[in-house]
Structures are given as C-alpha cells and as structure tokens.
Design a protein around this ligand. Structure first.
Ligand code: PEP
Length: 254
C-alpha cells in the first residue's frame, strides 16, 4: 500500500552515546505524529542498540546494505537472517554510494533485493542518475535500467512489497536539492513505468525522494503528487531536523 514514509540514512556515523540521544529525541519528537511511517537505517553494529531502544515504538529500524548471500565465507558481510535476528523491517539496497564506491552492479542490487524480500525484510531500492547522466538527458533511461534489472530478477509482483527511493547522485550530500518539479518528473516517470503493466501496483508504489532534504525544503518536495516522503542522509543526524522532516510528510488531512 502507498504510504507516506521518511527514512533516515545515518551512513557511517554514530556512537553508542550519541545514538541514544538521537533516538530518544526522535521517539519524543514523533509522539503524536500520525500518518507517516518513520524509520532509521543505522550502521550494522548499532542495529542491536536500535532494536533495544525502538522496539515497541512506531519507529522502524533497518540496515543500509545487506549481503545477497545467506551464509558462508563472505568476510565482512551481513546476511538477511542476521538482519531479521536484529528485528530489522527494512534495508536499503543499491544506494548510490554502494554502487559507486563498492562497484555494486544492477545485477548485484537485484540479488540483494530478492534476498531481503525472501527473508521478510522490505527492500528500499535506491536509484538515480549522476550529474553527467542528467546533463546527457538520460536520467529516465538510467532510472529505468536500474529498476528493470530488479523487476526482471524479482518479478513484477515483488514490487508490491518494496519501497523505491529516487536519489539523484548529484544531490546526495551536496546541498543541491532537486527542485520539486525535477523530482516530481522522475517520480511520475517511475510510476508510469508500472502503470501499463499494473495500474493498481503503480498507484500503490511508495516512492521516496532523497538528496539534500532538509526541514526547510521538505514540505515543498513532499507536496508533489508522486513524492511519498523522503530518504534523509545528513539531516537525519539532527533530531530537530529529522523530526521536522517527518512532520512535513504527514498527509495534509492529518
Ligand atoms: C542519502 O544518503 O541517501 C542522502 C539522501 O543523503 P543527504 O540527505 O545527505 O543528501
């Protein structure tokens, strides 16, 4: 079902003491906030702490990456069953930093997507173009290729149980946000990719925008018809910013 959602991506930031302050602040700040699902994707070593602090609360927790393999000789990797043990309900797959720095291909991302879903963990599939690709006017081609690699591997039905995140690479951590219209155009394109195959699926897809979202620009972005919330990096490390962004994603009637 299409839901309003805001997820924090802490990237490689955090400490036991700092995390507790941040998560306690988020829990307090979100009390009484309705109609928006909020969650945090924390570094794997802190998933246990997130579970301890957040279980029983409406705030979800999840990972920033997961192995496509179930178990074995994969030093340094974390499996879906480990994430399940730690109560994760979601995991990012295909974040642009994983694609660019660690060389994750569309095929690898698709394998991770399937592994997560089979374990009952909702994959948050991140897609987006580089600045060079935008300037070459191939944004839609890139986004389509990244999504279709997953659809081909996982099947169309699998898309009913995931979240998509459109994150233009040039907007991540740069302070350069896509304009609401630029983001809306790509979100509408993504929804349209599915509309001819399954109109209900397309309508129900939750599509988040990520890339330098802040409290000051969130409401305008989230007011666009095909933007269902955000994936938040830097601003998710600041309680006040993150809580304000979550509030900005509340449905207008709430
Ligand atoms: C991200 O890391 O997914 C992200 C969107 O980062 P930022 O909000 O800092 O641009």
């Amino acid at each position: 079902m299409r839901v309003q959602m805001v997820l924090g991506n802490w990237k490689m930031h955090g400490s036991l003491v700092g995390n507790k302050t941040l998560l306690d602040g988020v829990l307090a700040g979100l009390a009484g906030v309705d109609g928006v699902t909020c969650g945090v994707c924390v570094p794997s070593p802190y998933l246990f702490q997130a579970q301890f602090i957040l279980q029983g609360s409406p705030v979800l927790w999840g990972a920033q990456n997961v192995s496509q393999y179930e178990k074995g000789a994969y030093t340094g990797e974390v499996s879906v069953s480990m994430l399940r043990d730690l109560g994760c309900s979601l995991t990012l797959v295909g974040h642009s930093e994983r694609r660019a720095i660690y060389g994750e291909s569309d095929a690898t991302v698709a394998e991770k997507f399937v592994a997560a879903q089979q374990a009952g963990i909702k994959p948050v599939l991140c897609v987006g173009e580089t600045l060079d690709e935008r300037e070459k006017n191939i944004t839609n081609d890139v986004v389509k290729r990244q999504i279709m690699a997953v659809v081909e591997k996982a099947g169309l039905d699998a898309m009913t149980n995931c979240v998509l995140a459109y994150e233009p690479v040039w907007a991540i951590g740069t302070g350069k946000t896509a304009s609401p219209q630029q983001a809306q155009d790509v979100h509408a394109f993504i929804r349209a990719l599915f509309a001819d195959k399954d109109a209900e699926l397309a309508q129900n897809l939750t599509i988040l925008y990520g890339g330098s979202v802040k409290a000051s620009n969130a409401a305008e972005l989230f007011s666009m018809p095909d933007i269902d919330g955000g994936l938040i990096g830097g601003a998710s490390l600041d309680t006040t910013e993150f809580v304000s962004i979550c509030k900005a994603a509340q449905p207008k009637a709430a």
